[in-house]
Design a protein around this ligand. Structure first.
Ligand SMILES: C[S@@+](CC[C@H](N)C(=O)[O-])C[C@H]1O[C@@H](n2cnc3c(N)ncnc32)[C@H](O)[C@@H]1O
Length: 247
């Protein structure tokens, strides 16, 4: 059992694991929200950028995109995917930038990798300090009080004469500020089956707690977790898109 094999030794399987995710729709959604709430600048930074899918699509939409991630194997893949973008190895909880950005994104719930409230606060402050006037921080989040420990997502894909099965689920014990992302990978060939399981510790918080952390720095707008339309958050959904405009 490892903490984060998926982002290191198994990084070559990451894109297969995410094959079902519509990154183009997510990126288009961030672009539209930035057009509505942002300052029309084109300097973009993707935090916890992973293998760079959002950078790929936002570059196509005209942004000068950069990526920051804490795991070099993920950045190595991102560089191959987006040769024109800049990438930096670093921690989103304590980063500095040479020039301000107009749009900072952080998707696939990666802001929760901050780990605890102190580090999440530091991440929010780093984002604030790195944005230009009127710049936008756009990310998605899950409310700890809406996590259903019995739910899991699974999918399979055949690749290179192997059948891969991927699973993911949230776990929250019901109190405190820690949740876990559980990930499983199974690779079956004619000769053998290999299995790996990751447990990623993450920060857990309610949307109300998250808004309290953001509001000193940003005007906060919350939307339903839909990527093909913009719908204000109904105050009940446990997944949402946060659009935070620098004060
Ligand atoms: C679920 S993946 C998301 C990758 C990408 N944003 C996407 O949507 O596919 C989470 C990423 O967060 C990165 N990560 C975890 N903790 C981090 C930190 N403290 N600072 C920067 N990146 C981090 C991991 O290396 C991994 O690439």
């Amino acid at each position: 059992m490892s903490d984060n094999a998926l982002y290191t030794d198994l990084s070559n399987y990451y894109d297969l694991m995410c094959a079902d995710i519509n990154y183009q729709a997510q990126s288009n959604s961030a672009h539209r929200l930035h057009q509505i709430f942002g300052n029309s600048g084109k300097q973009h930074l993707d935090l916890a950028c992973g293998t760079g899918p959002h950078i790929h699509y936002l570059s196509q939409a005209g942004y000068q995109s950069s990526g920051l991630d804490i795991n070099q194997p993920m950045l190595d893949i991102a560089k191959l995917r987006c040769p024109g973008a800049r990438f930096e190895l670093g921690n989103m909880c304590e980063f500095n930038v040479a020039e301000p950005y107009d749009l900072i994104t952080c998707f696939l719930y990666s802001v929760h990798y901050s780990g605890d409230i102190k580090n999440l606060t530091s991440c929010i402050q780093s984002v604030y300090n790195s944005l230009s006037s009127g710049g936008v921080f756009c990310f998605n989040s899950v409310d700890k009080n809406h996590i259903d420990n019995s739910l899991s997502a699974k999918h399979s894909v055949v690749h290179d004469e192997s059948e891969f099965s991927f699973g993911s689920s949230w776990y929250y014990c019901g109190e405190g500020n820690k949740q876990t992302l559980k990930l499983s990978i199974e690779k079956a060939t004619a000769l053998q089956t290999q299995r790996w399981a990751d447990e990623h510790p993450m920060v857990a918080l309610s949307f109300s707690e998250l808004q309290d952390l953001l509001k000193p720095y940003f005007d906060v707008h919350i939307f339903e977790h839909e990527h093909d339309k913009i719908i204000p958050w109904n105050q009940q959904s446990g997944n949402a898109i946060f659009v935070c405009v620098k004060k």
